[in-house]
Ligand binder design. Structure first.
Ligand code: DX5
Ligand code: ZN
Length: 231
């Protein structure tokens, strides 16, 4: 599946902070604002201290939107559920390095099912642990909060990690999008994009704002302007 927007900057709304009783409406709002991906957070109460949605909800969302569905698995033993999430309609599936003893195999499993495979690092997990799988991954998601909840504060040390990965992909000649997730808002967005981030996940800053579509539009303007002055 060609996504067709690899290294462009994308605002990726996370529905974790949306009103689930009005989910279709909330999704339609950001879709109209021109986003191309929707971030779905799957939590199991084991890898992270919170529980969210499973494949049946993803299948319902699939019917409600044409946006690419970016499914972030914060669960132990993700290999047991990958097939079900792709079957439900996930276009991209990311797994945490911390949950995968056979990371390359798990990435291949996602790709074998026809989805794009992402690998995620918690803020405290060093980049060097990805050294031998960078070529196998379709994108890397760097957590900028400890996963589990929306509305947390961005951890600024992650900026250095984004810069380092940006340099690394350049050095290796890889078209590897960098996704950043957690605590992104209108104030820190430009710095995050300048550091090299491509796909910007935004939950509470979008869905807790008065007008989600206007916020997305504003964030897209900030992000686009920041790409012009990347380090
Ligand atoms: C956190 C999730 C995020 C979350 C981000 O564990 O992975 O995707 O929705 O929410 P904000 O943007 O509010 O930090
Ligand atoms: Zn997420």
């Amino acid at each position: 599946m060609a996504l067709g927007f690899g290294l462009m900057v994308e605002i990726v709304p996370s529905i974790l902070s949306a009103d689930f009783a009005r989910l279709a409406e909330e999704i339609a709002g950001v879709e109209k604002a021109g986003v191309r991906m929707l971030h779905l957070d799957v939590m199991d109460g084991r890898f992270v201290p919170n529980i969210t949605i499973g494949p049946p909800v993803v299948a319902c969302i699939r019917k409600a939107t044409r946006l690419k569905l970016d499914v972030h698995l914060m669960i132990v033993e993700p290999e047991r559920y990958i097939d079900a999430f792709v079957e439900a309609g996930a276009d991209l599936v990311s797994v945490h390095q911390e949950t995968c003893p056979h990371l390359e195999r798990t990435l291949r499993q996602i790709q074998g099912r026809g989805a794009k495979a992402g690998v995620v690092l918690n803020p405290a997990t060093p980049l060097c642990l990805l050294e031998h799988v960078l070529e196998a991954a379709d994108y890397v998601l760097l957590m900028s909060v400890n996963p589990g909840f929306g509305g947390q504060k961005f951890i600024p040390q992650v900026l250095g990690k984004i810069r380092a990965l940006h340099e690394k992909r350049h050095e290796l000649g890889l078209d590897l999008p960098i996704e950043v997730d957690g605590g992104v808002n209108q104030d820190n967005l430009a710095e995050i994009v300048r550091a090299g981030a491509n796909w910007i996940v935004a939950g509470s800053s979008v869905f807790h704002s008065r007008d989600a579509a206007a916020t997305v539009a504003q964030m897209r303007r900030i992000a686009t302007a920041a790409t012009a002055v990347r380090v």
